[in-house]
Ligand binder design. Structure first.
Ligand SMILES: Nc1ncnc2c1ncn2[C@@H]1O[C@H](COP(=O)(O)OP(=O)(O)OP(=O)(O)O)[C@@H](O)[C@H]1O
Ligand SMILES: Cc1ncc(C[n+]2csc(CCO)c2C)c(N)n1
Length: 261
């Protein structure tokens, strides 16, 4: 079975640091900003990304909160510089003046108010998959800012997007942690960047129980272990080694804490 290697180098500041540790190419990143308080490192994610989108009310957040994250720069200049390429959603949360502001700057607005069966994050991921020919999909990683904390129905809806697009690399990010899906179709090698993440982590079966999961590099490793809701799931685990490996017969969520500055 093929191995997928994971590394949170998008949390590191400079492109040279972010270029990977072993000569492998850095992924191409797309950023989706949701309607939640912006994580403090959103400007960094923005710089790493080749395409930046806002999900509906996420555009309010970029307009309102980006200047506060870059307090030494002029707010007007910040708002003009941090311009999403696309705003997509059912448009019931974005304020009219924000939509007008970004439209005038050239942002593409995609109104899908007719679709009340998929979330705005789902709509944005579909757009990135289907309407961004400039992005190299073989090496694409979608970073989602503001996906956690707040309303639980939104959080679980965001996690469901990981499952609905299980063949895409999508990472949900908050100030405190990140979450991604480890599909059962691959073995996984997770490079831990201990300067910015860990040690607290978790592995959780999603959808169906796992009959067998095996890991290395954790304080409480699993050895052909069963995991299920209502039984054992791995929370409050600790990443002990620079590389954590995971193999499982079912899709798992991997989560790791993000260090405070
Ligand atoms: N409190 C939250 N926690 C996590 N994600 C959120 C939260 N609020 C919004 N989001 C995410 O941001 C996206 C856009 O938010 P927005 O408020 O525009 O959604 P919405 O469609 O108006 O939701 P609703 O109608 O249920 O309030 C949502 O689809 C969701 O992915
Ligand atoms: C069974 C079921 N539950 C909830 C919704 C509502 N809903 C789900 S996604 C969405 C769009 C949010 O921007 C809305 C309103 C539905 N359609 N079907």
């Amino acid at each position: 079975m093929d191995v997928i290697r994971h590394c949170s180098s998008f949390l590191l500041p400079s492109p040279s640091h972010a270029a990977g540790t072993d000569g492998r190419p850095t992924p191409a990143y797309a950023l989706v900003v949701l309607n939640q308080r912006l994580p403090r490192f959103t400007p960094l994610l923005w710089e790493h990304a080749q395409v930046r989108m806002c999900a509906d009310g996420g555009a309010n957040r970029v307009y309102d909160e980006m200047p506060g994250l870059l307090p030494h720069e002029d707010a007007v200049a910040i708002r003009n510089r941090y311009k999403p390429e696309v705003i997509k959603g059912d448009m019931d949360s974005i304020r009219t003046e924000i939509m007008d502001f970004y439209r005038k700057l050239g942002t593409k607005i995609v109104d899908e108010s007719h679709d009340q069966d998929t979330t705005d994050l789902h709509k944005c991921v579909s757009y990135i998959r289907d309407s961004t020919p400039e992005l190299d999909k073989s090496n694409l990683c979608i970073l989602v800012a503001g996906a956690l904390g707040g309303r639980f129905d939104h959080e679980i809806g965001n996690i469901n997007v990981l499952c609905r697009f299980s063949d895409m690399r999508i990472i949900l990010i908050s100030d405190d942690c990140l979450i991604q899906l480890l599909p059962r179709t691959h073995h996984h090698e997770i490079h831990i960047l201990s300067s910015v993440e860990g040690p607290h982590c978790g592995l959780v079966p999603i959808g169906i129980p796992s009959k067998s999961t095996t890991t290395t590099g954790l304080q409480w490793d699993l050895a052909d272990t069963e995991m299920k809701f209502g039984g054992l799931i791995s929370t409050s685990n600790i990443a002990r080694e620079e590389t954590v490996t995971v193999r499982s017969d079912s899709d798992l969520l991997w989560t790791i804490s993000i260090k405070k500055p």
